[in-house]
Design a protein around this ligand. Sequence first.
Ligand code: HEC
Length: 153
Amino acid sequence: MIRTLRAAALALPLALPLGFAATTLVHAHGDGAPQSIDTTGLEPLGDDDRDKNPYIGNAKAIEIGASGYNKNCARCHGIDAKSGGMAPDLRELDKTEASDIYFLTRVRGGAQRDGRYRMPPFADILSQEAIWAIRTYIESEADKDPAIAAKIN
Ligand code: HEC
């Protein structure tokens, strides 16, 4: 009995970090499951949808948006928001308010074709804050590429 307890006491601290590491690894590689993102530090927006991105140029939004993008979008829309051809290049959406609304709506709704999702809907996963942060990040990536910037500015 005492032996078993001691073995358990030894095993526990080992098992915990291992389990944790495994989860972290899966997430780091993007197992495909959409993930919510922590938007602490951004102005909370409440329940009403904004009709334009409230975080344009906001450094904190860019940082949070980069992480949200990498976890949820990069596997289809490309690293650094540069499309590899699998899905549209999101940097090419212009910066008008119409595009802001389009972005919010598309991200929430995803994309279906022939009854199958080509892009999952994020309505239940990402808050309004998170989606605007991702949009802000993508715009900052667009600004870094003169060819893209020339097209959309
Ligand atoms: C499983 C792959 C996949 C993932 C993950 C994904 N998308 Fe998409 N997305 C697509 C595809 C494919 C399309 C084009 C769909 C179509 O043709 O209607 C698309 C279209 C879009 C559009 C419309 C683009 C346009 O030019 O009209 C937006 C905006 C968008 N995605 C944003 C996002 C964001 C932001 C994320 C992450 C939160 C994301 N997507 C995650 C595959 C994906």
